[in-house]
Write a new protein. Structure first.
Length: 264
């Protein structure tokens, strides 16, 4: 953790590389189109930096760039695995997910303790459509970190990708939210699952909790607008869409929705 910025320990002793915050960049929330690019992967850093809105990652504090030592991290990637891990990061940036997956398998063979490698393998397995491997690595991560929200998040992601099982995924996202009540993403995912299940009042409750934690989360705003439409509350839907367009004024989907509502 960043001793210079005096972060608060919140989510356990595991640390991961910011690479994993980018592994899903460009598609992210694959059923809704939530773009996680620019967001650091939730929880994996193990602490929050008091000087920054962002997560502390294993390269250092993202605001003051204080370099985090291995002892501060609590858990560092092994040197033999690091080269493969960094090459996998480069492959992900180039959207070569098959290569990234192969490199992460090499890293896994040299270091089975670093949680970031498991997360990378889950993410790349989803990317290349190998859902059985994604499930296998998610289960292994859950065995390693049963009291951390991250494995439950990934189990939910795998179930959505493989089975489109909204009810099953919902339970994992609820478990993640129970373990980490500060992370808006888990509530947003719960809201999405409730929405797909047609349980709109619960979807609204979950999305309210997500937006309480991150009022500018564009995708949660769009999803809540859809929930309001289903509940027949057009004025609230219009308000959410207007605010969403303040955040991302170029978004054509939100603009079309707003124009359609205002014309009806």
């Amino acid at each position: 953790m960043c001793s210079r910025c005096k972060p608060k320990l919140k989510y356990g002793r595991y640390a991961s590389d910011f690479v994993l915050g980018r592994l899903l960049g460009g598609s992210g929330f694959f059923l809704v189109g939530l773009d996680l690019a620019g967001d650091l992967k939730p929880d994996v850093a193990g602490c929050r930096c008091a000087c920054s809105k962002g997560w502390v990652d294993s390269y250092g504090c993202r605001k003051c760039r204080h370099v985090i030592s291995d002892s501060e991290k609590g858990l560092a990637i092994g040197e033999d695995a690091k080269a493969f891990y960094l090459k996998a990061h480069e492959a992900m940036l180039n959207k070569d997910y098959n290569l990234a997956h192969s490199l992460l398998i090499e890293a896994f063979g040299k270091d089975k303790n670093f949680p970031g490698i498991y997360e990378g393998l889950i993410a790349t397995s989803i990317r290349i459509g190998n859902y059985e491997d994604a499930h296998k690595y998610a289960e292994l991560l859950l065995e390693k970190m049963p009291d951390n929200a991250v494995p439950y998040y990934w189990m939910g992601r795998v179930i959505l990708a493989r089975d489109r099982d909204y009810k099953g995924a919902l339970q994992y996202f609820k478990d993640a939210a129970n373990l980490n009540a500060d992370n808006y993403l888990y509530y947003s995912l719960c809201g999405f699952c409730y929405y797909k299940l047609g349980i709109y009042n619960m979807a609204l409750t979950a999305l309210n909790l997500a937006l309480k934690r991150n009022p500018k989360d564009f995708k949660s705003l769009i999803l809540r607008a859809n929930v309001y439409i289903k509940l027949g509350n057009k004025p609230y839907a219009i308000n959410d869409l207007k605010y969403a367009l303040e955040i991302a004024e170029e978004n054509a989907e939100a603009r079309r929705m707003l124009e359609k509502l205002q014309a009806s």
